[in-house]
Design a protein around this ligand. Structure first.
Ligand code: 13P
Length: 255
C-alpha cells in the first residue's frame, strides 16, 4: 500500500470545550452517522476534555467511534496533582492520546523531550500517541519551517514508536483557530518531509499516519485531505459540530 493511501484518521480535538450534555449529544450524533455508513473508509476519533473521556467511551461501546485524551503525564501514577496518566485514559476506555499540542507547548512550556516521554508513557499504557508538531508564523516567515519540524519530530517521537502506536499531526501554529491554512503545495512539502524522516527512522515509517491540522472544516477538507502524504485531519473548532466533522470525514474517505 502506498503511504498516501493509508486509511485516514479524522480526529476531533475538543480542547477545553463541552459538558456532559454536549458530550452525549455529539457522540450520539456521530455514532448514528457512522452506523448509517458502516463502510466509511476512515477512522473517527473524538478527544474530549479528561472529565468526559469515560462518558464518551461508555457511549461509544460497540461503535467504530474511538475516544482519546488531549494530554497525559509522562508517569503512570504518583504525586502529580491535577495531572492525568495514560494508564488512566486507557482505563477510562480511551485508545488514543494527543501529546505535544502547540497549545500545551505554549501554555505549559512543554518541550520535545517531555513530549517524547509522554508518547512513551502512552505506548506503555497501550494507547496510540498523536504527536503534534508545527512551526510558528515567525519561523515560517524566516523560512525555518522544515528545520523546526525536523527538530520537533526528532525530539518528540520516542524510539519505541511503530505504525500501530504512533500518529503524527502537522499543525502550523499560525493556522490553528485562525481560518487560515497553508496552500495544498505547502502542506505537501511538509508532509513529504515528515514522511522522509519517518521512513529513515522506522521500518514501518511508510505506514505511519500523518494528519494535517489547523482550520480544517467541511469546505476546505476536500482540497487538504487529498494532498499526497496527508492521512487525515486533527480538527479543533469544526469537531464540535457533528455536521462539519462528518463532512471532513466524508471528504477524507472520498465518500
Ligand atoms: P482548529 O481546527 O480550531 O484550527 O484547531 C486545530 C487544532 O489545534 C487541533 O488540534
Amino acid at each position: 500500500m502506498s503511504a498516501s493511501r493509508l486509511r485516514p484518521l479524522i480526529a476531533g480535538n475538543w480542547k477545553m470545550n463541552g459538558s456532559r450534555a454536549q458530550t452525549e449529544a455529539l457522540v450520539q450524533d456521530l455514532k448514528g452517522r457512522l452506523a448509517s455508513q458502516p463502510g466509511l473508509a476512515a477512522d473517527l476519533l473524538v478527544c474530549p476534555p479528561a472529565p468526559y473521556v469515560a462518558q464518551a467511551a461508555a457511549l461509544t461501546a460497540g461503535s467504530a467511534l474511538a475516544v482519546g485524551g488531549q494530554d497525559c503525564h509522562a508517569k503512570q501514577s504518583g504525586a502529580h496533582t491535577g495531572d492525568v496518566s495514560a494508564a488512566m485514559l486507557a482505563d477510562a476506555g480511551g485508545r488514543y492520546v494527543i501529546v505535544g499540542h502547540s497549545e500545551r507547548r505554549a501554555d505549559h512550556g512543554e518541550g520535545s523531550e517531555l513530549v517524547a516521554a509522554k508518547a512513551k508513557a502512552a505506548h506503555e499504557a497501550g494507547l496510540i500517541a498523536i504527536v503534534c508538531v508545527g512551526e510558528t508564523e515567525a519561523e515560517r516567515d524566516r523560512g525555518a519551517t522544515l528545520d523546526v519540524i525536523s527538530s520537533q519530530l526528532e525530539g518528540s517521537v520516542p524510539a519505541d514508536a511503530e505504525a500501530a502506536n504512533l500518529v503524527i499531526a502537522y499543525e502550523p501554529v499560525w493556522a490553528i483557530g485562525t481560518g487560515r491554512t497553508p496552500t495544498p503545495e505547502d502542506v505537501a512539502t511538509v508532509h513529504a518531509h515528515i514522511r522522509g524522516l519517518l521512513k529513515a527512522w522506522f521500518k514501518d515509517g511508510p505506514e505511519m499516519r500523518i494528519l494535517y491540522g489547523g482550520s480544517v472544516k467541511g469546505s476546505n477538507a476536500g482540497s487538504l485531505m487529498h494532498v499526497p502524504e496527508v492521512n487525515g485531519a486533527l480538527v479543533g473548532g469544526a469537531s464540535l459540530k457533528a455536521e462539519e466533522f462528518w463532512a471532513i470525514a466524508l471528504a477524507a474517505a472520498g465518500a
